[in-house]
Design a protein around this ligand. Structure first.
Ligand SMILES: *[C@@H]1O[C@H](CO)[C@@H](O)[C@H](O)[C@H]1NC(C)=O
Ligand SMILES: *[C@@H]1O[C@H](CO)[C@@H](O)[C@H](O)[C@H]1NC(C)=O
Ligand SMILES: *[C@@H]1O[C@H](CO)[C@@H](O)[C@H](O)[C@H]1NC(C)=O
Length: 590
């Protein structure tokens, strides 16, 4: 027998054992769709938010946002209505008529003060009921300063907890917030509501902090949103209605089930998870080299409501309304990626990533991580079906996963670069620019596992070629300094996570060593920033050990949900190994 035959035989034996086990389980098959509290009802349909006429589009939004009343455009769309949306629109029409349709900035300010309340009043600060003073991960941390930091980070959950007021549930049309049943942990800073992909790292941090109930509540919120709206918007506001974010709900459920062994929760969630998966597969697909792959996009029209005047400003480079509308769509598609904004989404006339926001062509770029995450979703859904003893469905989702993996291999893997690369649909060529997401297939194992050795060599060469190990403050998001916040020199916790966990998963000694070095460095550099400022940041600075980031559309944000989540997970993972004494600035242990 040659090696392939041995493999095939082993696989056959494995499959036989697996299917025997599954048939045994089949006796206890759970009718998940009928009994699940999270079933998609026949009436589930695209949600019609009455508050959208105020907060999502239309003349009132345009008039107020173009008056630039507040330093941050997001302020206005987070303000509460004093009357129903219909009544407010009537007031607005009367107001405009009384000012001959040319109100001054002061007139508009008065109108807003008369008809809107403070922003953020729909949420109360909430202390999670399952918060404990000393979760077990603290005991795993050897260094006394890091141990105190772990205690501090655990305390911050209490500052980031928010619960919706009763009135939001009674009168949702008075608010831009999307009502959800359970309290949430928010990112912090200007982000006073839940965000979709942020919540993945927040939930993992909560699980390590033994706040299982809070974590589950947040996941149930997302499940309920898919039931009501059909997908999960970018964040918990109606004005995000046209776009989602990297779909990590299925991975959130898996994280919860891995911690709790609550298989029934996974099985009950299956119908919603399938629904969200199909939503992405049906509404985000593009064709590349004859394969179906997914890309980011948005279904609404007009500028982003929360950054309205900013988008109108960049659209001035375009002459026709149709061209402006295309531009808005590219910006909102970039927002769906979570990387708003970055040269990653620029395709200039000569096919490079040079230029500015007017060159955003997000919808024409096939992003590695979106496809890797969709592969992961299909794998997890298959796994949950096997828990339910549903072999047909398991096979169906394994097949879907395999098709996505084949497309990733055929279109996104790049032998010359030695890594996966985003694909440019306009110029029909790979985009050979570093982004951490280029390595995301390692994180979710969206590659042919027997190729791990070969991939490890390639990827480590890619890392060396791009000098990614040379930055004291972590691996930057790109190597181009454009002034956008998802570009050099900014470093983001979820991206460090994807890199470090990906290299760890790859499993070769060289990859694991790099993973550990980057993981230790990230913990130490975050701690240095914390020691100096007593703050956790939304983003950090690759060029400076302990540096924190800036640039982009808004000021420095602290809090900060996903940064805290990643550090808590890694204090658990590395807490026994890291000491702060005897380390150099690059974070190496001497
Ligand atoms: C998305 O796909 C679903 C099918 O999964 C379809 O019913 C729905 O109309 C699509 N939505 C949009 C906004 O295209
Ligand atoms: C592409 O065009 C930009 C200007 O838009 C220029 O700065 C850059 O050098 C060009 N790159 C190539 C490879 O031609
Ligand atoms: C962006 O690039 C376009 C096209 O090169 C140019 O006309 C515009 O002035 C630039 N905008 C900014 C803000 O630099």
């Amino acid at each position: 027998m040659n090696l392939t035959q041995v493999f095939t035989l082993m696989l056959m034996i494995l499959c036989t054992c697996l299917s025997v086990e599954l048939q045994a389980n089949a006796k206890t098959l759970i009718e998940f769709s009928k009994d699940s509290p999270y079933a998609i009802t026949k009436n589930s349909k695209a949600y019609d938010f009455p508050a959208c006429q105020i907060y999502c589009y239309g003349p009132l939004l345009h008039t107020v946002q173009m008056a630039k009343l507040f330093p941050d455009s997001k302020t206005f769309v987070d303000m509460k209505l004093k009357a129903t949306p219909e009544k407010t629109m009537e007031e607005f029409e009367a107001f405009m008529a009384s000012k001959n349709n040319t109100p001054s900035r002061d007139d508009i300010l008065q109108f807003v003060q008369a008809n809107f309340g403070e922003k953020g009043t729909e949420l109360d600060v909430w202390t999670p009921d399952d918060w404990t003073e000393r979760p077990d991960f603290i005991e795993l941390i050897r260094d006394p300063d890091l141990k105190q930091w772990g205690i501090d980070l655990n305390n911050i959950w209490k500052e980031l907890g928010r619960k919706m007021k009763e009135d939001v549930h009674k009168n949702p049309e008075y608010y831009s917030i999307i009502p959800v049943p359970n309290p949430v942990i928010v990112p912090g800073g200007r982000f006073i509501e839940f965000y979709y992909w942020d919540s993945y790292w927040i939930i993992r941090g909560l699980l390590y902090s033994e706040m299982l109930h809070t974590a589950r509540g947040m996941i149930e919120n997302f499940l309920s949103i898919v039931q009501r709206i059909g997908f999960i918007p970018n964040g918990g506001r109606v004005y995000y209605w046209g776009r989602s974010q990297p779909p990590l709900l299925t991975a959130m459920v898996k994280s919860y089930v891995d911690f709790t062994k609550d298989d029934l929760f996974a099985i009950n969630a299956l119908e919603v998870l399938e629904h969200e998966f199909e939503y992405f597969m049906n509404n985000h697909t593009v064709q590349a080299k004859g394969y179906n792959l997914a890309a980011y996009r948005d279904t609404s029209t007009g500028p982003r409501p929360e950054s309205y005047s900013e988008d109108v400003e960049t659209s001035k480079s375009f002459e026709t309304d149709a061209a402006k509308e295309e531009h808005y769509s590219e910006l909102k598609a970039a927002a769906e990626s979570g990387m708003d904004f970055s040269s990653r989404w620029f395709i200039s006339a000569n096919g490079t990533n040079s230029g500015n926001l007017t060159n955003a062509k997000t919808r024409s770029i096939v992003p590695v991580e979106l496809n890797a995450i969709l592969y992961w979703n299909a794998k997890i859904i298959a796994e949950f079906h096997s828990k339910a003893g549903n072999i047909d469905k398991m096979t169906e989702y394994e097949t879907k996963a395999k098709k996505i993996q084949e497309a990733i291999q055929a279109v996104l893997w790049n032998e010359d670069a030695g890594c996966w690369l985003d694909y440019d649909l306009i110029n029909e060529k790979p985009r050979d620019y570093f982004v951490p997401t280029n390595l995301s297939p390692l994180w979710v194992k969206a590659y042919n596992i027997p190729d791990a050795e070969r991939i490890s060599k390639s990827v480590l060469n890619y890392i060396a070629k791009n000098k990614l190990d040379s930055f004291p403050g972590g691996v930057p998001n790109t190597l181009l300094q454009s002034g956008e916040q998802w570009d050099f020199p900014n470093v983001w916790a979820p991206m460090q996570y994807i890199l470090v966990e990906g290299l760890d998963n790859l499993g070769t000694p060289e990859a694991k060593e790099m993973s550990k070095r980057w993981g230790h460095r990230w913990v130490k550099s975050n701690f240095e920033a914390y020691r100096e400022t007593l703050s956790m940041f939304e983003k950090y600075d690759a060029e400076k050990f302990g540096g924190h980031g800036g640039g982009g559309e808004y000021g420095v944000q602290t809090g900060f949900g996903w940064s805290n989540g990643v550090i808590i997970e890694w204090l658990t993972k590395y807490g026994r190994q890291i000491t702060l004494s005897n380390t150099d600035a690059a974070g190496e242990n001497a």
